[in-house]
Design a protein around this ligand. Structure first.
Ligand code: BJW
Ligand code: ZN
Length: 243
């Protein structure tokens, strides 16, 4: 399953970077965005995760986020999240970059996390940008309103919006400087996150993806390991601990 070259690279690496996507949370019971038969899969993510959709039908977009928030409260991190939290302690420089908004890496114990697409537990006023934490809001009613009268939206990054500047700068820097880069549970279709493994590869890193199927980047990287991240990542840790 793991090539000798990959394990040797990882055993000797000083700087490791990991990009995660929705697939890492799939084994926790969080639906991925693409290619499933979920309740919301009659909508493509592009149709709900954008500001125009919110302006046109804020109630529908809130319902989608309320559904997901409720679900996330009910689930727990899986062995894949825990393995990455353990890996943070194993390398001198370890950068965890996630596209996920579900907070599960933090719950699993990862301490430094670059959240490229925001966090579903935070909300923000579209007019004055005031940040509200989830507990400040009554969710069962329709779209919550800020004290200034503006509509509140989840503090996440929608299509057509810029990613947080610090986050994207740090992520690209980590991709350029690391020796090993892992792309875990992402379809690698959404930019600019999908460019990170490619950037890492172009900068000389050994790039490996872990996914249940091949993805948009498979042919541009060093190795694809086909399997569930909640199973593969713990095995990988055991392997690099071997003398
Ligand atoms: C498992 C598994 C298991 C399952 N184990 N694996 C360049 C070219 C073309 C387009 C663009 C471009 N640059 C920018 C764009 C536009 C756009 C974009 O990328 N469009 C593409 C769709 C073509 N990007 C943007 O708009 C971004 N902004 C930007 O670039 O700003 C500058 C700019 C502005 C205006 C014009 C041009 C430039 C912003 C993107 C924001 C994405 N937001 C979302 C929603 C976040 C909030 C929320 O969660 O609601 O982010 S969309 C959604 O997709 C979410 C995810 O983070 C993201 C990525 O999805 P992910 O994680 O890969 O999930 P899936 O479902 O796709 O894949 C899951 C994978 O797991 C699969 O591969 C499974 O096989 C696997 N899997 N079980 C391991 N057990
Ligand atoms: Zn406001």
């Amino acid at each position: 399953m793991f090539s000798t070259k990959f394990i040797e690279k990882l055993k000797h690496a000083q700087k490791v970077a990991v990009l995660t996507g929705a697939g890492i949370s799939a084994e926790s019971g969080v639906p991925t965005f693409r290619g499933e038969d979920g309740l919301w899969n009659k909508f493509r993510p592009e149709e709900l995760a954008n500001f125009n959709a919110f302006q046109k039908n804020p109630k529908l977009v809130w319902e989608w986020y309320n559904y997901r928030r409720k679900l996330i409260h009910e689930v727990k991190p899986n062995p894949g999240h825990f393995a990455l939290a353990e890996m943070e302690q194993m390398f001198p420089v370890f950068t965890l970059i996630t596209q996920n908004v579900d907070n599960l890496h933090r719950v699993a114990g990862s301490q430094i996390i670059i959240e490229l697409h925001g966090n579903i537990m935070r909300n923000r006023c579209v007019d004055c940008n005031k940040i509200y934490r989830e507990i400040d809001i009554e969710f069962e009613s329709s779209v919550p309103v800020c004290r200034c009268g503006g509509l509140m939206r989840p503090d996440v990054v929608w299509f057509g919006e810029m990613l947080p500047e610090d986050a994207i700068l740090c992520a690209f820097q980590a991709a350029q400087e690391c020796e090993v880069f892992l792309s875990v549970g992402t379809s690698a279709l959404v930019q600019p996150a999908a460019s990170l493994p490619i950037e890492a590869h172009a900068s000389g890193a050994f790039v490996v993806e872990i996914n249940v199927e091949r993805t948009a980047i498979s042919r541009y990287i060093d190795e694809s390991i086909i399997g569930k991240s909640g199973e593969i990542l713990p095995l990988l840790i055991n392997k690099i601990k071997e003398k």
